[in-house]
Design a protein around this ligand. Structure first.
Ligand SMILES: [Zn+2]
Length: 463
């Protein structure tokens, strides 16, 4: 099967240029102006940008949060993803206490099997570090899992500093990367207990229980441990100006630090937690949304290239019946926001269209850098000869409004209700097949599992 996308402007992380793209058997085989292929399906992209398929490396689909299971599974979550322009996700498979990493991977492979509309891979979240688990790391890397995660918060998930050191050493040996949820769990427990004892139980107290300094401390600690272990570290969902300062300080002293953030930390702020009638509960995620100065600091850092990637931390729970589990105690609200569908449009609208970042920076942070860090480049992350034909035909001129009424995410609200959007994914190709058009998903189950090679430590070369 051949597909020819004509008359668009190709955008990479470095440059923008006019060109037609010919895809054959899923791979890009020619890029130049005025291409002809009489036997190909032709798509006219005149007036549109051609972005490499976007990658969301932080999703939680079909995840059991203990009291309830996420509203989106692999079927609904990936359909929403591809409609918005995301052609690859990397979800988290989490080790059970006492279980193996391999068993966790098998469990999540089963959850996704035959259901995914986009290509997918898994990071392995390590919750129980033993010598046997250490021996699994090279086996998993050989099998194509090269990224791992630890939590510095959440009592049922977190590991200690010594374990983080050991995990970093082991992961580094296989050219992998360790991501970390950076918040100080002990401090959060004390602040939460104190607030609840004072009867402060509504969602507006959620951010007080998880202050930005708890993030900054954990980032600082992680980065020092990383330097002592002589290993790179990846900070996931960076949320605050204080956390950013800790991460940039670590880079200044020579740490190899990769930074991910998410649209909610650029666009939303902590005033939402004070909305009446438990509407604040819709916005409970961890780390929490921050005060306004953090948003400006994150935009500036993204514009300067200091933040490497933007993913979503998509972890959807319905407001009715799920978020409501914590109506009378904010600490019982399942943590997480939906966002897998709207990330490209949000970052285009509030980043590119406002002049805060360039189209090239959009591509770098939503696709290319992510592909490089997680061992998918250049198969993913770039419109280039030999790469997969994952292409987003982006119409920069459409205008719309985000609303839960018309979203594909299987959840009863969106934190971006009523937000204006500039630009949209007009057509999305997955390995050369037209997978979605104008927000309608045409192919629902052709996503493939992606074994990944070692990480491309691109910061090592540039700093
Ligand atoms: Zn997460």
């Amino acid at each position: 099967m051949k597909t020819l996308i004509k008359n668009g402007t190709i955008i990479t992380g470095e440059s923008s240029f006019p060109g037609d793209v010919l895809i054959e058997n899923g791979r890009i085989v020619a890029i130049q102006q005025g291409l002809a292929a009489p036997d190909a399906n032709i798509y006219d992209a005149a007036g549109c940008r051609l972005f490499p398929g976007f990658i969301d490396a932080h999703t939680h689909l079909d995840m059991d949060a203990g009291t309830t299971v996420t509203a989106d599974n692999f079927q609904t979550g990936t359909a929403a993803a591809i409609a918005g322009g995301t052609t690859t996700i990397i979800d988290f498979a989490t080790q059970d206490k006492g279980g193996t990493l391999t068993a966790a991977l098998e469990t999540w492979m089963e959850k996704a099997k035959g259901l995914s509309a986009c290509d997918y891979g898994f990071h392995l979240a390590i919750t129980d570090w033993t010598p046997a688990v250490a021996r699994e790391i090279p086996e998993l890397a050989a099998a194509g899992v090269t990224s791992f995660k630890v939590y510095l918060a959440y009592d049922h998930l977190r590991v200690g500093d010594g374990e983080i050191y050991d995990i970093l050493r082991q992961v580094n040996q296989v050219q992998g990367i360790l991501g970390a949820h950076c918040e100080n769990g002990d401090i959060i427990n004390r602040l939460t207990d104190s607030l609840l004892r004072q009867g402060k139980k509504s969602p507006c107290f959620h951010p007080q229980s998880r202050p930005d300094l708890a993030e900054a401390e954990a980032i600082s600690r992680l980065t020092y441990i990383g330097q002592m272990a002589e290993a790179p570290v990846h900070i996931v969902h960076l949320s605050s100006q204080a956390g950013l300062a800790a991460a940039l300080h670590a880079r200044q002293r020579g740490g190899e630090i990769y930074i991910e953030s998410c649209p909610q930390y650029f666009i939303l702020d902590d005033s939402s937690y004070s909305l009446p009638d438990f509407a604040g509960g819709k916005f409970v995620c961890s780390p929490p949304l921050r005060a306004k100065p953090s948003q400006a600091a994150l935009w500036e850092a993204l514009g300067q290239g200091s933040i490497d990637s933007i993913s979503t931390d998509h972890c959807s729970f319905n407001w009715k019946g799920q978020k409501e589990l914590g109506r009378h105690d904010f600490s019982k609200i399942p943590n997480g926001l939906p966002g897998i569908e709207h990330r490209p449009a949000l970052m285009y609208s509030y980043g590119v269209a406002t002049g805060r970042i360039s189209e090239n920076q959009l591509v770098a942070s939503l696709s290319e850098n992510t592909a490089r860090l997680f061992g998918l480049y250049p198969r993913k992350g770039k419109i280039a000869l030999g790469s997969d034909g994952d292409i987003v035909v982006w119409d920069p001129n459409t205008q719309g409004t985000i609303t839960a009424t018309y979203q594909l995410q299987n959840v009863d609200y969106t934190p971006y209700e009523g937000y204006m959007i500039q630009g949209s994914a007009k057509a999305v190709f997955l390995r050369g097949s037209l997978a979605s058009e104008n927000g309608k998903v045409l192919i629902t189950d052709k996503g493939k599992y992606l074994p990944r090679h070692g990480c491309d430590y691109f910061r090592r070369k540039t700093e």
